[in-house]
Ligand binder design. Structure first.
Ligand SMILES: Nc1ncnc2c1ncn2[C@@H]1O[C@H](COP(=O)(O)OP(=O)(O)OP(=O)(O)O)[C@@H](O)[C@H]1O
Ligand SMILES: Nc1nc2c(ncn2[C@@H]2O[C@H](COP(=O)(O)O)[C@@H](O)[C@H]2O)c(=O)[nH]1
Length: 183
């Protein structure tokens, strides 16, 4: 059994399948709470305010940082992303476990502030497959894909900083490993 009120961080390069794995995990384990991030990125066509992200201006994001309303935040590929503090703390206080799906710099901040958090790194089978997944997703411009792939190299090198590393090759197998790490 998972310990109550645990913080679980899922990190890995963009396009590796974190969101896909987390969505599947939530359908099997609806008791987990997924934090909804704030971002200055423009919404993608299918994205819904308050469901995928809270989409805010740079000014609003900066105000949230100044007011210490974010548990962690980072600049990523030209946009800002952060975890709203209050909902996470409320769920943890209620002994509910919370999932953060965030990039490397944010995960490093969580390591400082929540050293007991379980930190999981999702790896691609190889970089060519990662690129194929980013392109296949069809959501990002060529420039955005290039920036994400550039960042991916440094991210992958940091995988050993994490408690658990999971290669997302076969999706079902990766999901089973994610469940085994958490439960
Ligand atoms: N095991 C897998 N095999 C093949 N394709 C996969 C696998 N896992 C995910 N994908 C596909 O890869 C693409 C990227 O997945 P996803 O959006 O979940 O990545 P992500 O890590 O959440 O990216 P980001 O960090 O940018 O949000 C999607 O099209 C998804 O369907
Ligand atoms: N440090 C944080 N990183 C976050 C947060 N929410 C999402 N992310 C990560 O950003 C990249 C890009 O996301 P995309 O939706 O533009 O593809 C990806 O690695 C996300 O995991 C956050 O609150 N903090």
């Amino acid at each position: 059994m998972i310990k109550p009120g645990r913080l679980i961080v899922v990190t890995g390069p963009s396009g590796v399948g974190k969101g896909t794995l987390v969505r599947l995990l939530l359908t099997r384990h609806p008791q987990l709470y997924l934090s909804i991030s704030t971002t200055t990125r423009q919404p993608r066509p299918h994205e819904v305010e308050g469901q995928h992200y809270y989409f805010v201006s740079q000014d609003t994001f900066q105000q949230m940082v100044s007011a210490d309303e974010l548990l962690e935040w980072a600049e990523y590929a030209g946009n800002y992303y952060g975890t709203p503090r209050k909902p996470v703390e409320q769920h943890i206080q209620r002994s509910e476990s919370v999932l953060l799906e965030i990039e490397l710099e944010g995960a490093r901040q969580i390591q400082q502030t929540f050293p007991t958090a379980l930190r999981i790194f999702i790896l691609p089978p190889n970089v060519a497959e990662l690129e194929q997944r980013l392109r296949g997703r069809g959501q990002d411009s060529e420039e955005a894909i290039a920036r994400r792939l550039e960042r991916a190299k440094a991210e992958i090198e940091a995988a050993n900083e994490f408690d658990v590393q999971i290669v997302n090759d076969n999706l079902e197998e990766a999901l089973s490993k994610l469940e085994a790490a958490i439960f």
